[in-house]
Write a protein that binds this ligand. Structure first.
Ligand code: SAM
Length: 232
């Protein structure tokens, strides 16, 4: 998979995407991340990419032309273009799995008060938000999306099973986990995990995952119950 990010700050990349699991994926060419500097496609020598909104209002908007030219410089017939924006559909693990199927993902990092609507209308396939809050620009959002997508690609995680069991993979949050030592400041690892009884361990993990989901995320718990009813 190749991911390109359209940005005004290419120097921010790869940043966190250059380390750990995702960085190793790039080294092994399982996923590569590139950037396109939108400013290079400005019409004037000063590199102007923003203008005041028609009709007035606060702040500046990214202009349609530099964005479109930047996109055209890398777009392929199989590219999918995702605009990062707080008004988009909410990014979640399901959408990450969907995007992980693509050969070429283009993420657009907005800036200022956003972008000219004509760019969204004619060039963008999906508008995606990483949460109900407003960031100062879309670079962190693009990194969040790229990270969540890349770690799902086949071969990226050492143990492929680890992405099947974790939070959000089945509408449940992950169960509590422990590692050495068995006791730390009088807190002991639950006895069941030391029992060697794999059936008991699995049942305990499932019931803990259910408890945490019920307590912390009633919305997910509802989805989980509905899925269980359908499967029966
Ligand atoms: N005026 C815009 C609005 O109210 O929807 C917010 C613009 S924000 C200051 C600038 C850029 O940051 C956006 O164009 C977008 O690319 C990015 N951004 C901010 N919050 C985001 C979020 N929750 N999810 C994804 N991108 C976000």
């Amino acid at each position: 998979m190749h991911i390109d990010v359209l940005t005004l700050f290419p120097e921010l990349f790869p940043g966190p995407l250059g380390t750990s699991v995702v960085g190793r994926a790039a080294e092994r060419k399982l996923a590569t991340v590139g950037t396109v500097d939108v400013r290079e496609f400005a019409a004037d020598r000063r590199g102007t990419v923003d203008e005041k909104p028609y009709g007035g209002g606060p702040g500046m908007l990214m202009m349609v032309e530099p964005l479109t030219l930047a996109l055209e410089s890398i777009r392929r017939p199989d590219s999918v273009v995702v605009m990062t924006t707080p008004r988009g559909e909410r990014f979640d693990q399901k959408l990450a799995r969907e995007l992980a199927q693509l050969p070429h993902l283009i993420l657009v990092a907005g800036h200022y008060e956003g972008v000219d609507e004509r760019f969204l209308a004619s060039e963008v396939d999906r508008e995606v938000s990483i949460g109900d809050y407003v960031l100062s620009n879309g670079n962190l959002a693009a990194m969040v999306i790229a990270d969540a997508v890349i770690r799902l690609l086949p071969g990226v995680l050492g143990d492929d099973a680890s992405s099947c069991e974790e939070s959000h993979s089945n509408d449940l949050l992950e169960y509590p986990q422990y590692t050495r030592p068995e006791e730390f400041r009088s807190q002991r690892v639950p006895e069941v995990l030391l029992s060697g009884d794999h059936g008991r361990i699995e049942r305990w993990r499932r019931s803990e995952a259910e408890r945490l989901t019920r307590e912390r995320r009633p919305d997910l718990w509802e989805k989980y119950l509905q899925r269980q009813t359908k499967e029966v």
